[in-house]
Design a protein around this ligand. Sequence first.
Ligand code: SF4
Length: 477
Amino acid sequence: MCGIVGILDAGEVSFSLYYALYALQHRGQESAGIATFDGATINKYRGEGLVAEVFDTPTLGRLKGHCGVGHVRYPTTGTNRPENMQPFLFEFQDLHIAIAHNGNLVNYTELREEYEQRGQIFWSSSDTEVIAKVFTDEIRGGSSVEDAVHLCMRRLRGSYSVVMIINGVLYSFRDPLGIKPLCIGKTRTGYIIASESVAVDALGGTLVRDVRPGELMRVSEEGIACTQIAVANCPAHCIFEYIYFSRADAVVDGALVYDVRRKIGRKLYEEAPVNADSVAPVPDSGTAYTIGYAEGSGIPFVECLMKNRYMGRTFIMPNQKAREQAVRIKLNPVRSHLEGKSIVLVDDSIVRGTTSRRIIELMRSSGAREIHMRIGSPAIKAPCYLGVDMPTREELIASNKAENEVRKSITATTLHHISIEALVEAIGMPHGHLCTGCLTGCYPVQIEGEIDTPRAVNFVDGSFQTNLGTFVEEEDL
Ligand code: SF4
């Protein structure tokens, strides 16, 4: 999971990219990077840490240009090497290219081997470099950008939302299934393409629409050209964007995430009603769900755990004891709201079960009588291969345990996960338009050793023509 942004504007873009990345910080905290094109060359700056730690005013001042891309990276096992920081840059002939990507290729290894055999040299272990190599190899052979993206969509398997600058032009494309989000917004003097609409909001812009699955967008001083390169029989939007990843104030593929979570909260009550003194969130992830549960049940919303918002990723936890201590520092129980009370505790998901168990222990030690756990996601049964760093099956508590066994393990009085049917209804799109791989173990793309229901992808006829892109008026976008 990462956050990406691309901006083309009449003025300098480095500060706008910085604000947009700030808005997308929840999508990645390992590193941040910006690349801009100043008319002659690409200027870049990348560093480990949060956006605010990586950039300062002089650095942003040096990133000159009216066009640029930015990236925030999520920490994934074994990939936190400095060379994996994005955007990636490529220069050849007269082309200056910077590329940033969110997603994960499942055929990364085979493509990398193929391109290595062709003589390509890789400097990172990131699949973004494979995307860039497939693309630039085609461009070097004389193809147009449209043809090169067409080839990418034929060769790449998995999820990819991409923003890219080539000299002074901003491009973006999204895999034919639209697994990871990507949207376009209009600012006062330019355009922004970003993982979530919150980045558009951060610049005071207006969300225009989502980039369509399989679509290539070209944004330049002349306007916007949209080219539908590939069309799938149905998309496979990541269902976890609504449950956990996206910010509650984001609009993802047409749905406001906050409203989806609130509806899920109501449905949690309908599916598993309980008499209790109060309903409380695990802050902050459970808040919107809890509001829905309180509305549906009439049980008062009372916060029982207070979150320390200043506990950053640099908090030192040298051993297990310190890690246990950490939950107390991060979440402080409000004793008078817990003593002798029966509480409905609402969270977005249970992954390993360790955090839920610690929180429940904490609440019990502060006097809670009953803790009825309600979860906004169905049980997570399988890993994600499409861009989310999830534990292995063995580590996922629900992969081999029934709900009642999970309940015992986390020591809750009762436990209920939302059903997939209710979740899909809350999102408001057909079940078949969503990826539910980690919930069902059935993935929308072919993955070795896993069950899949791959979508049929059609390309814009067999003889793909260049320059299919048509410049469109803003209102026709
Ligand atoms: S497997 Fe789960 S987390 Fe991964 S893309 Fe699909 S729904 Fe999202």
